[in-house]
Design a protein around this ligand. Structure first.
Ligand code: MLT
Length: 241
C-alpha cells in the first residue's frame, strides 16, 4: 500500500488527523517534545501530559511522588519541580520518575491527539528513530501518517516545520506519497539542514527563548538523531516503545 504523509501546522489540527485514522507524530522542537524525549532517554518511567496548570497541580497533589514540570510564558510555573528545559531533565533528577508535564502548545497537541490509536512524539533529537518506527507501524496497520506541528501559541512555527521536514527526509521512501505541505517541509529542511542551528535561531520562539536566557535549550534541541527512543502516547501516558 502507498502511505500518504501529511503535515499539519497547528496543535488543533491533530483532531482532523485523528479523525482520518492516521498515525500521528506530535512535534514541538522548542521545547516540549525535546523535553519528553530527553526525560525518557534519561530513564523517566512515564510522562503524563496535562492541558492546564490546574489539572497538572491536581494530579501532583494526588500523587506527591510525581515530578511536576512545564512552563507558561517559557518559565517554570510557581511550585513546579522542573521547567520545560530539556537540560533540566537529567538522569539524576528523572530516573524512575513519573512526570506530570504541562506546556503552552506541545502538551495541548498531545491532548488533542489522544483519540488516535498511534501517537508518537518526535523532534530533531529522535527524527530517524521516529521516521522508521512510524513507517513500520503505518505499513503493518494500513494507515497514513500525519506530522502535527504544535506551533507557538496557536501560530505556525518555523522550527516545527523544519523538524517535520527532517522526519520526512528520513522516512524509508518505499511507497510513500507526500502532500504539498509535506513536500514543502522537506524542501525547507533540505535548504536549512547544513546550518540548522543558525536557521532555527531565526524563529520567533527562538528569539523569545534567547531573551529569557535559554539559548542553550535551542542548541541542545537542534541535535539531529541524538537519541533512538520512540515515545508512545497512549491511554493518557507517554512511555518508550
Ligand atoms: C510549548 O509547549 O508551547 C513549548 O514547549 C514552549 C516552551 O518553549 O517552553
Amino acid at each position: 500500500m502507498v502511505i500518504e504523509v501529511y503535515t499539519e501546522f497547528l496543535a488543533k489540527d491533530a483532531v482532523k488527523a485523528a479523525k482520518r485514522g492516521d498515525l500521528i507524530i506530535v512535534v514541538d522542537v522548542l521545547r516540549c517534545s525535546s523535553t519528553i524525549i530527553t526525560a525518557l532517554a534519561n530513564g523517566a518511567r512515564m510522562i503524563i501530559p496535562a492541558k492546564t496548570l490546574r489539572e497538572a497541580r491536581k494530579m501532583h497533589a494526588e500523587n506527591p511522588d510525581y515530578l511536576l514540570g512545564g512552563e507558561r510564558g517559557g518559565l517554570k510555573p510557581r511550585g513546579f519541580d522542573l521547567g520545560n528545559s530539556p537540560l533540566e531533565y537529567t538522569r539524576e533528577k528523572v530516573f524512575g520518575k513519573t512526570i506530570v508535564l504541562t506546556t503552552t502548545s506541545g502538551t495541548r497537541a498531545l491532548v488533542y491527539s489522544r483519540v488516535a490509536k498511534w501517537v508518537l512524539v518526535g523532534s530533531l533529537l529522535n527524527a530517524r528513530a521516529i521516521a522508521e518506527k512510524a513507517i513500520s507501524i503505518a505499513d503493518s496497520e494500513g494507515i497514513n501518517i500525519s506530522i502535527i506541528q504544535s506551533g507557538t501559541n496557536g501560530k505556525f512555527s518555523l522550527e516545527d516545520f523544519l523538524c517535520a521536514g527532517a522526519i520526512i527526509s528520513m522516512l524509508p521512501n518505499n511507497n510513500i506519497s507526500l502532500s504539498d505541505s509535506a513536500q514543502a517541509a522537506l524542501l525547507a529542511f533540505r535548504h536549512a539542514e547544513n546550518n540548522l542551528y543558525v536557521n532555527l535561531m531565526k524563529s520567533e520562539h527562538s528569539k523569545k527563548l534567547i531573551k529569557l536566557g535559554l539559548t542553550e535549550d535551542i542548541k541542545f534541541s537542534c541535535q539531529i538523531n541524538l537519541f533512538t527512543i520512540v515515545p508512545l502516547y497512549r491511554s493518557g501516558i507517554i512511555t518508550k516503545i
